[in-house]
Design a protein around this ligand. Structure first.
Ligand SMILES: [Zn+2]
Length: 171
């Protein structure tokens, strides 16, 4: 690459990712799009400095993608990125396993139970029924309704705390 004083240095990808940590899920303000696993790729054009961000939607029923897209654009432009392109990509389906460990912690902070890690196991009813209570962290719990306040959440009951709580559903 030519080091021409007239052309701006492209911003490092690690810097872009750091800035994107400030973009939070509109419904769960403790979790960033990075920790949610929604940011699937970042590319920086070495010539123009233009940044392309690939996002993958979480639940089809969560209408927050447009908001997330605008928030990513706004955040990067505010940091002086010359041009931003956000692409919503359906190529790779989002799964709750894409949540990072920091993301699971952020859900707990928001008093939402993180989904169980599915890994290579076959997804079955056990995953829907299993939940970790965000209050006592126990799992003496019972699924009450698979749909909570939003399609992304299920409602469970903790027998130890005698309380209902919401879980970010596994998919
Ligand atoms: Zn509990």
């Amino acid at each position: 690459m030519q080091n021409d004083a007239n052309s701006p240095q492209p911003i490092a990808k690690s810097q872009i990712l750091e800035w994107l940590q400030a973009v939070k899920d509109p419904e769960i303000p403790t979790i960033s799009l990075i920790d949610l696993g929604v940011v699937r790729g970042v590319e920086v054009d070495a010539v123009t400095g233009k940044v392309s961000v690939h996002l993958t939607p979480t639940f089809a029923g969560c209408p927050a993608m447009d908001y997330m897209k605008r928030d990513v654009e706004r955040t990067l432009l505010a940091h002086g990125v010359p041009a931003v392109e956000v692409e919503i990509s359906m190529r790779e389906a989002w799964t709750s396993d894409m949540l990072t460990e920091a993301g699971r912690q952020a859900l707990r902070q928001h008093k939402l139970s993180p989904p169980p890690v599915i890994g290579n196991q076959v997804f079955d009813l056990d995953f829907l029924e299993y939940a970790e209570c965000p209050n006592c962290h126990g799992n003496n719990t019972e699924l009450r309704t698979p749909f909570g306040a939003t399609l992304c959440r299920a409602v469970h009951y903790c027998h130890d705390c005698r309380q209902l709580f919401e879980q970010f559903k596994p998919v």
